[in-house]
Write a protein that binds this ligand. Structure first.
Ligand SMILES: [Zn+2]
Length: 133
């Protein structure tokens, strides 16, 4: 699972979890989440994680196709394994057409790939229909 949180949002979560009373049924779970957040922050900010991220970007990164988040906030999405090495999270671009996503145009009533949506014309008008106007 991945959620893009800025440092303030992460801190709000920590504050909320820390407020859970030891008498609550949620206390143990909250403590486990706080521990995971601390471990993630330590690992993701390590020099090793940055080295793995930079190597992945240099070896495999292709802008617009396969991207590895830069570490501008000081964190890197890296999961070290038992063997020497790590998994580095990257982003692979997939078009709406490749994903098989479609919409029905409100103008011509044809089913089209979402790549054919005209972003200027609203949610459900295809590019062919806006050309004709
Ligand atoms: Zn249309």
């Amino acid at each position: 699972m991945w959620i893009n949180l800025d440092p303030n949002e992460l801190e709000i979560i920590r504050i909320g979890l820390a407020e859970i009373s030891p008498a609550s049924n949620w206390y143990e779970s909250a403590q486990q989440v706080l521990k995971k957040l601390d471990e993630w922050e330590t690992t993701s900010r390590s020099a090793d994680s940055k080295a793995y991220r930079d190597a992945a970007d240099e070896l495999y990164g292709r802008e617009g196709e396969l991207e590895f988040d830069d570490s501008s906030d000081g964190t890197n999405c890296v999961s070290a394994g038992a063997d020497p090495g790590a998994y580095v999270m990257g982003w692979r671009w997939v078009t709406s057409d490749q994903a098989g996503l479609t919409f029905t145009c409100e103008c011509c009533d044809k089913v089209k790939a979402t790549d054919e949506l005209d972003p200027e014309a609203g949610d459900k008008i295809c590019k062919d229909c806006t050309k004709e106007e």
